[in-house]
Design a protein around this ligand. Structure first.
Ligand SMILES: [Zn+2]
Length: 415
């Protein structure tokens, strides 16, 4: 546990534990603290905005479903990570590790005619995979939160158009999360069936996947790279890298709509099976990937969109009561402006406060000391993984603090 393939603890998981973001509840299952939960919700917000922007409609499906749906699709006995259990009345249930069966069952209740197509639905929901071994801390967990989207089309051609939009949206999502080294690689579709699939991989030494990347822009995972890692696009030798899979997209074809009897009325009245795509992003996995890529020895480095707080006020009162009074006033002002702010007015040493501020890693740190107060300023320091803040102001006039912080947030947020 908490180890990479070589058995060493990964920096990201160590930092998440040290910073109090997570607590291991069971092998492969984590409780997210208030701090960790704030980051998760921020990642979810980014995903919602970008998936809504490609016409995704949010739904919510249950974690549990009856075994019958999985028997219908033919996957009840073939997916080894499927957790099965019996109810007291003897009924067979599963904990869904993915929701193709459940979504097709839902869409059967609403889809009637070709006029409704295309459309896409998505959810942000907990899933469970009964992995024999859970590894690498937050990277491969048994229970995890995922955004999973499903699209429905009259033709393969229409699916491919939407697939391209989803691919673009994924790059926007990972960029907004502050991830820099994400690539998409051709992947075999494994359990999902269908033909074309891609994985989004964060290139990282601690990644458990092997990917092959070509200078021409083509990439493939181990199963799809072909012999000798020769690029099928340009014939050059591809680079071997390690990656953390943060998302995947699949062209499913009519595998599920056929096996589960999902049909719509075509213009000529004939019943046809819609062509489907599915699109996943691991939320906890994305948080872990941000930590692995950006954290330093002092703590995480978030960006303005993912950080648990935008601003962190460090009050170094040193028995000067004016400092805490002013810090509380600034805190109240920032809160009133809707700026997510945390105030450290504990009676603790400066070194301890700064170490904790590094672990919380608000992008804007505001330091108030008796000396600053006498000068009428609050000192500003920045910590972000996707912006150069070296030209930002190093102090704000106390009287103008709210407006200055607001401006700084706008500058540091633009995407
Ligand atoms: Zn190539």
């Amino acid at each position: 546990m908490f180890a990479d393939a070589a058995g060493a603890a990964t920096l990201g998981t160590k930092i998440a534990l040290r910073g109090g973001y997570i607590h291991q509840t069971f092998q492969g299952g984590y409780t997210y603290s208030p701090l960790g939960c704030r980051v998760l919700r921020n990642i979810e917000r980014i995903i919602r905005e970008e998936i809504n922007a490609i016409d995704g409609q949010e739904i919510l499906m249950p974690v549990v479903s009856g075994a019958d749906l999985w028997i219908q699709s033919g996957r009840y006995d073939t997916v080894d990570v499927l957790a099965k259990f019996k109810g007291r009345g003897g009924a067979d249930y599963v904990l869904n590790p993915t929701h193709e069966e459940v979504v097709v069952d839902f869409i059967k209740s609403v889809l009637e005619t070709y006029r409704q197509l295309p459309f896409a639905v998505y959810q942000i929901q907990t899933k469970f995979r009964d992995e024999l071994r859970a590894r690498a801390g937050l990277i491969r967990t048994r229970e995890f939160i995922m955004k999973d989207a499903y699209s429905f089309h009259v033709s393969q051609q229409d699916l491919e158009k939407y697939y391209a939009r989803a691919l673009d949206a994924y790059y926007k999502i990972f960029k907004r999360c502050g991830l820099k080294k994400v690539v998409h690689v051709l992947a075999s579709s494994g359990d999902m069936g269908g033909s074309i699939a891609h994985e989004f991989q964060l290139i990282s030494e601690i990644g458990e996947d092997t990917v092959y990347i070509c200078d021409c822009g083509f990439g493939a995972n181990k199963d799809s790279a072909g012999r000798g890692g020769i690029c099928p696009k340009c014939g050059a030798k591809m680079r071997k890298e390690r990656g953390i899979e943060v998302g995947n997209i699949f062209q499913l074809g009519d595998k599920y709509s056929k096996s589960m009897g999902l049909t719509y009325a075509a213009p000529d009245g004939a019943r046809k099976h819609p062509v489907m795509g599915c699109y996943g992003i691991g939320i906890g996995r994305t948080l872990a990937a941000i930590l692995e890529e950006s954290a330093d020895d002092n703590g995480p480095v978030w960006n303005m969109e993912t950080a648990p707080f935008a601003a962190h006020i460090v009050a170094l009162a040193d028995k000067d009561v004016r400092v805490n009074d002013m810090a509380e006033k600034i805190y109240a002002d920032l809160q009133a402006m809707g700026i997510e702010t945390i105030l450290d007015n504990r009676d603790a040493r400066a070194g301890e406060k700064f170490a904790d501020a590094d672990l919380i890693a608000a992008p804007i740190r505001l330091i108030l000391s008796p000396k600053n107060l006498d000068a009428g300023v609050i000192e500003a320091k920045y910590r972000l993984n996707d912006r150069d803040a070296s030209q930002m102001k190093s102090s704000f006039a106390i009287d103008n603090c709210g407006r200055e912080v607001n401006n700084a947030i706008k500058l540091l947020k633009g995407h």
